[in-house]
Write a protein that binds this ligand. Structure first.
Ligand code: F6P
Length: 325
């Protein structure tokens, strides 16, 4: 591996609160350790097109508290092709960028791994996604903020649920992971969470309705993890048909979950892993995701971070079950 003089940084995939704190951290830690730092705009699409700017410490001033990403982001289809990655690599060479730090979720880190393998090029990943679905790190940048946002929304909806004695199905994001649904349900005191991790094979709606939650309560909140076929609307329709007599409403929280100022936890996580990424390059590491486990910075090979499924602690399911009687 040649000497690294210049580091590129980009954000990719869905924006997440705390991405700016991560960009700031990579930039400042990079400069502090003697590297030149270049910001790449619009994710891999911008890398393909050559949208690159040299960053100074001032370029990342006053952003730690802001949501979204100052580098913008994209879900690049072109980068999924070998021809797209070739153009991206050409930009890296032209710009004399010797290593790339990618802030993003599963798809973005898969892209980084593929580029690293095809071109024997040093890449480091930072876990940037509200979904918390990356293996090897206790949390991902954006997850804590989103969890708090959802909790606040559910608190508000509960006022109406209680006043009108309704069943509310509230759909939250998470792609195919139920961390946001399960933990927001616990935090907001919801009656049940319908999550993809439920492997009992039983019908989660019937299980919940037959348990007779309404015997002791006149309203209830069901948090539903997003799903193309079985989201909140699906379950609400089923209750209307299979259990007539209930006053049912649906609330799909949507993209308001991804916005807003990052929580202190997300800012700290982003700051830690950004410094950790630069340290990884100083130490000659490559093709790892930087995470935090049990309060320690860890380096997780891309293949594990992306390929292994992060399991939900089964105790969390019991906690909700036992507390929602
Ligand atoms: O990965 C983050 C996420 O917000 C998922 O929870 C959700 O499924 C998806 O992105 C939505 O993506 P988009 O903003 O492109 O519609």
């Amino acid at each position: 591996m040649g000497k690294i003089r210049c580091i590129g940084v980009l954000t990719s995939g869905g924006d997440a609160p705390g991405m700016n704190a991560a960009i700031r951290s990579v930039t400042r830690a990079g400069i502090c350790n003697g590297y030149k730092v270049k910001g790449i705009y619009r994710g891999y699409d911008g890398l393909i097109k050559g949208e690159v700017k040299t960053f100074t410490t001032e370029d990342v001033s006053n952003i730690i508290q802001t949501g979204g990403t100052i580098l913008r982001t994209a879900r690049s289809k072109e980068f999924e092709t070998p021809a797209g990655r070739k153009k991206a690599f050409d930009t890296l060479q032209r710009e004399a960028i010797d290593a790339l730090i990618v802030i993003g979720g599963n798809g973005s880190l898969t892209g980084a791994m593929t580029l690293a393998e095809e071109y024997d090029y040093p890449c480091i990943g930072l876990p940037g996604t509200i979904d918390n679905d990356l293996y090897g790190t206790d949390s991902t940048i954006g997850y804590d903020t989103t969890l708090n946002t959802i909790t606040q929304c559910v608190d508000k909806i509960r006022d109406t649920a209680t006043s009108h004695e309704r069943i509310f199905f509230i759909e939250v994001m998470g792609r195919d992971a139920g961390f946001l649904a399960q933990n927001s349900a616990i935090a907001a005191g919801a009656e049940v969470a319908i999550i993809p991790e439920d492997t009992t094979g039983s019908d989660q709606l019937i299980k919940f309705m037959e348990r007779g939650i309404r015997k002791s309560k006149k309203s209830c909140i069901v948090i539903v993890s997003e799903s193309p076929a079985c989201g909140a609307i699906y379950y609400a329709d089923r209750v209307r048909k299979e259990y007539p007599g209930f006053d049912v409403r649906v609330s799909i929280l949507g993209h308001l979950q991804r916005g807003g100022s990052p929580s202190a936890r997300d800012r700290i996580l982003a700051s830690q892993v950004g410094v950790g990424a630069v340290q990884a390059l100083v130490q000659g590491q490559r093709n790892v995701m930087v995470g935090v486990r049990n309060n320690e910075v860890v380096y997780v090979p891309f293949i594990d971070a992306i390929g292994k499924r992060k399991m939900m602690d089964k105790n969390l399911i019991r906690v909700l079950d036992e507390l929602s009687i």
